[in-house]
Design a protein around this ligand. Sequence first.
Ligand SMILES: [Zn+2]
Length: 269
Amino acid sequence: MEELQKTEIEFIRTAVGFLGERTNGDECVYCGEKLNKGEYCDCPHAEKINKHFKKIRKYTENLNAYITLGVSEKELRKKVKATCLTPQLFNGMGFDDYIVECESEKNAKETVLKYFEQAIYNFLYGKNLTLLGNSGTGKTMLQTILCNSLISRWFFSCKFVNAVDLKGEITRCFNSKSNKTVDEVVNRYKTADFLFLDDIDKLTPTDFVKEFIYTLVNYRIVNELPIITSANHTLEELDSQFYNEVIVSRLINNSPVVVFNHKNRRFQA
Ligand SMILES: [Zn+2]
């Protein structure tokens, strides 16, 4: 069987494993109403979970389009990677390349690896991941490995951006020669399956910065699209000095926070 089809079948099986079936034959499992093929029931129970099934459909429709075109697994992987722009410094690295020498590193690696292993759950329910710690402790490396792994394994559309670069990209839109609008830039980051936002506290928190971060984070939270963030400051500092309680609490709500408290400069980025 075609490799992409195998991926698709495994994706559906895992996702339905979390959600349960929504139909039994042509009937809604909750209220028994007859449904047309592909139709979503509008009874209250079904409405609670339809959004998750719509995510599965979006994922499979996207993959099916490539299968129909005869795109190989390798070609698709390359194509998705090309739109993501992870830091080249860590190209080709996997979880095995993140060497563990202390408890903090062990915990960091385990948490990020677990996030990867539960990728479909995190995708369906919009679970975030926050990495906090000093620079040089490997946050960017682990984020890059996670991002590349999500692409390699499941072909998720991922966007990886350093917050400072994102601000630069947005600011350039105000240049009269720019052919992009702020909305066009922000929309690309709004809708990716997974957004990696590195160093969110490297930005000076002006009203403009707070506003676009809020717009982006809020859109993704409301639509249950995961955000993986990293910062050098503690949650309290992020809260009081950079953004505000609303943004920070939304990022960490119900999602793991990894604290890198080792002082190690082996991972330069
Ligand atoms: Zn129903």
